[in-house]
Design a binder for this molecule. Sequence first.
Ligand code: UD1
Length: 426
Amino acid sequence: MEKLVIRGGAVLSGTVRIGGMKNAALPILYACVLVKGKCVIENVPDVRDVTMSIDILKDMGAKITRTAPTTYEIDCTDVRPGTSRPELVRKLRASYYLLGAELGRFHKAHVSLPGGCNFGGKRPIDQHIKGFEALGAKVTVETDEETESGSVDCDAPDGIIGDDVFFDTVTVGGTMNIMLAAVTGKGNTMIENAAREPHIVDLANFLNTCGAKISGAGTDVIKIRGVKELHGSTYAIIPDMIEAGTYMIAAAATDGCVKIENVIPKHLEAITAKLEDVGVIVEELDDAVIVTGRGQVNATRLKTRPYPGFPTDMHPQMSAMLTRAHGTSIVVEGVYENRFKYAEELKKMGADITVNGHTAVISEVDALHGAEVEAVDLRAGVAMVIAGLIAEGETTITNIVYIERGYDDIVGKLTALGADIKKIDD
Ligand code: UD1
């Protein structure tokens, strides 16, 4: 079993380059299913969720060539709906984008129920389904509770017919899935209470370069004028704000000074503001930020919210840093039902965390100490990396496959910044 071994205490310094955004790359890869023709997608991160998605698309008949380390040529002219391998699709939550993409292209979809990170609470897709139904699809969900497997079938024999979709809750995946289903539908679709994340804008921009007519992405009302078909295009994915934020926190937590390159500083504003709040210096350049620690950080209160609020995908990393903050911090999860499974792992390292419902109270301890801990999900896993960097002694992280789902070459990047981290095969 592969593990990460970290000897804490290094002060990070130097420059790290951020890759393309995983959560933009995934829907854009699945969006290629809508296109009869060749798309060239650049700045695709080399992470497991991407390689699994490429395999899923190849299984369905897509012709895919990796022409450079971060560039893929994708031709989905000959893909067949309902042919994705269930065992692969279930490993990956983002494979639910196949529902919208197959529905848009073929007016029917059959996809196994999504897997991916289990944060400890429910992750329903009722809003996606409600949206597909509003666009004229009949949706059937089959679940087998014993085997925890299941599938979703969508059928729109009269085609996708544009309509208003109002989300009861702000959902990133739901917003993207409805965009995918509606772009080649008949008439106009309006998504209200839409998510506003930068990756929503990225998907809209990609689809628009392929001939779609989407406006309003980045606001809570997105309008889609259906077009007959999409054509191929060349498109570069935006930088990953969560990868960038993770290195920002790693720099701050180790009291280091790191330049984080190839970022869009505007996307990082909530993270920057919170770091400044705890006493860290963040300098914004055109496409980089420089994070400089100023000794022990201060405690803070934070609540995660949909963009432009503080991202839920950043709170485990922040909690890891706050274990060593001066005073008592309060971290409230405002997006998911539960996302604190990592607290038990941090406690193994000596952290003082009490979780009550959506709230974690993190009290100052003199030091974290190295321990064997588990990556319980993707961002929880990288929080363990940050904890390992600031702990005394050696930390071993198991189940690192989660971390590799979303972080390209984290060992190489942290080593270049001076961290003592290695991957071992035990
Ligand atoms: C995406 C990201 C994930 C991130 C999340 C929020 C991907 C692959 N994953 O997940 O990393 O943490 O956005 O920024 O891009 N909900 C419902 N019904 C639905 C859909 C969602 O109740 O039909 C709820 C969810 O349970 C959750 C909240 O809405 O409480 C937000 O979920 P959503 O934005 O949909 O997250 P994902 O798109 O799954």
